[in-house]
Unconditional design. Structure first.
Length: 541
């Protein structure tokens, strides 16, 4: 007996008892000692094939039947999905579909071979080539970049502060030198004056006619005193610390997703900030062929007022059909419908009137003399807000009217600085928010200026992220007190909250105007095509 056989016998015990094995039954697939072999052969219910253990048929080790003791499962019941013995075939599995267990084993082995090959050839190499898209040091790099930018901004601020302080110190030095010179002159004059006074007293006490007759007054020489120092007192006006502006200077932190889409394309930075919206309807206005669409304004019904480059106003329905046409004395820049189906509007530079359209047609409502009206807005208290620029382009302001009476002027902040851009005549449209804030889209100032109902500056929104210069044109507010801003150059809508915090973008052609309808949907106009889209952008709760 060779070493392999001896080793096998030494490692294997009889399947019936614990004695060393000597023989093997190829039919029953059991290993037996000498004593158990004799007993095994006496079992007459099936045939046996006894061989020496080292000549055994190394077939599969069949499981024992769970229903019949000491019987191995040579068959497989496909209906019950379990191995069975030959006795099971004639009893509880008699009418079932069964096959020889070796057929099932071959199929399963083939599946194992196929799976193993796939694991070795494909799956394991794929896993080995999988590496994290991001290294932890990338976060440290970003933190370092933020710190460097913070240091640079702080240094720039300190440099500006140092220059201002150096300038004041230089002014102070010049003043001290002039003041010392002035004080020295005063001291000299004081001595001279005392001498003159004593001389006058001596003349009076002398009673000398010749000295009295030769007296000459020196009062004119000293009456006005020495020439005063002409120095301007320095005055420092602290700038307004705007969070949005500081955020833009420091920079913006955004997360770029590494997960690719089904087309294996990564979303770009701007797309990650876009907000999903649903288009309720699209219809064509009268503009878009030869004339550009400039404004869309929803009224209390489902109709929309529109205007463009011509001297006409059109009231259209949601199919684009024209319901009314109004001839006006210029190109309209702002429209304001009210509940009485009347329309207040202003026209392009340099017309100084505010007009209304009603039963008597187009009439002049306000005459502003040296001011050109721009934006119009009704307040919650039914007053009228008018943004305007002076004809000479040196001033800009917002005025509140009760009827035709001027009740408030909003022009400068608490430091006396102008709130709105000057030396300009582009549009200055405005709206009132639900919290009574007045929101002004300053196109030339490249910012949205928000003041409270008392006219005090709350914040300026200048931009969050834009590829081109930020040019706020039309502006609207919604039921959630969000502020929607038409960014003309980027042709996109910015949405910010009532405190000036950026919320989202709505990516849709909007350079033809924006407005909120009675159902809280957003109406946007496409300047070039003249199409108007009604967009559902608020999430229902």
């Amino acid at each position: 007996m060779n070493m392999d056989t001896d080793q096998t016998k030494g490692d294997t015990s009889c399947n019936i008892c614990s004695k060393p094995i000597e023989h093997h039954c190829n039919v029953c697939q059991v290993s037996l000692c000498w004593s158990c072999m004799t007993t095994h052969m006496t079992e007459k219910t099936k045939r046996h094939q006894i061989v020496q253990f080292n000549y055994r048929d190394k077939g599969p080790e069949l499981p024992e039947c769970s229903s019949h003791e000491r019987k191995h499962c040579e068959m497989y019941c496909n209906d019950c999905d379990k191995p069975i013995c030959v006795f099971c075939v004639t009893t509880e599995h008699k009418k079932h579909d069964f096959t020889h267990i070796e057929d099932n084993l071959k199929k399963i082995k083939q599946q194992i071979i196929t799976d193993t090959q796939e694991l070795e050839d494909t799956i394991i190499p794929y896993h080995q080539n999988l590496h994290p898209d991001l290294c932890p040091t990338a976060f440290d790099d970003v933190i370092s970049a933020i710190q460097e930018q913070e240091d640079a901004v702080c240094k720039a601020v300190r440099d500006i502060g140092s220059r201002l302080k150096d300038k004041v110190l230089t002014q102070k030095k010049e003043y001290v030198e002039k003041n010392e010179e002035f004080q020295s002159l005063l001291a000299r004059n004081k001595t001279e004056l005392q001498t003159v006074v004593q001389s006058n007293k001596d003349i009076l006490e002398s009673n000398s006619a010749s000295r009295i007759l030769s007296y000459r007054s020196k009062n004119d020489e000293y009456r006005d005193g020495p020439k005063r120092i002409k120095s301007s007192r320095p005055h420092f006006t602290p700038g307004q610390l705007e969070h949005n502006q500081l955020q833009e200077i420091i920079g913006l932190l955004r997360t770029k997703r590494n997960v690719t889409s089904e087309h294996n394309r990564k979303p770009n930075l701007l797309q990650l900030q876009m907000s999903s919206v649903s288009i309720v309807s699209i219809f064509q206005s009268v503009f878009g062929q030869k004339q550009k669409l400039w404004r869309v304004v929803c009224d209390e019904t489902e109709n929309i007022w529109t205007c463009g480059e011509d001297n006409l106003l059109y009231l259209i329905d949601r199919t684009g059909s024209v319901l009314k046409t109004i001839y006006v004395p210029g190109t309209v820049i702002s429209m304001l419908p009210n509940v009485n189906q009347e329309l207040t509007f202003s026209v392009w530079w340099k017309n100084t009137n505010v007009y209304t359209y009603g039963r008597r047609g187009v009439t002049r409502f306000l005459e502003l003399s040296d001011w050109c009206p721009s934006g119009l807005c009704h307040t919650i208290n039914n007053d009228l807000l008018v943004s305007m620029r002076s004809v000479d382009e040196t001033q800009s302001r917002v005025v509140k009217y009760s009827g035709i009476k001027e009740t408030m002027v909003i022009q400068k902040d608490s430091h006396g600085e102008t709130l709105f851009s000057v030396n300009a005549h582009n549009v200055l449209l405005l709206t009132e928010n639900g919290n009574k804030d007045i929101c002004v889209a300053d196109y030339d100032g490249e910012s949205v200026v928000v003041v409270n109902e008392s006219g005090e500056l709350r914040f300026r929104y200048q931009k969050y992220f834009s590829k081109e210069p930020f040019r706020p044109h039309n502006i609207a507010t919604d039921v959630e007190q969000q502020i929607l801003i038409q960014d003309y150059t980027n042709n996109i809508v910015h949405v910010i909250d009532s405190d000036g915090n950026f919320l989202r973008y709505i990516e849709v052609p909007c350079n033809g105007g924006i407005s909120i309808d009675a159902d809280h949907n957003l109406a946007v106009g496409d300047q070039d095509t003249g199409e108007i889209r009604i967009i559902k952008y608020l999430t229902e709760t």
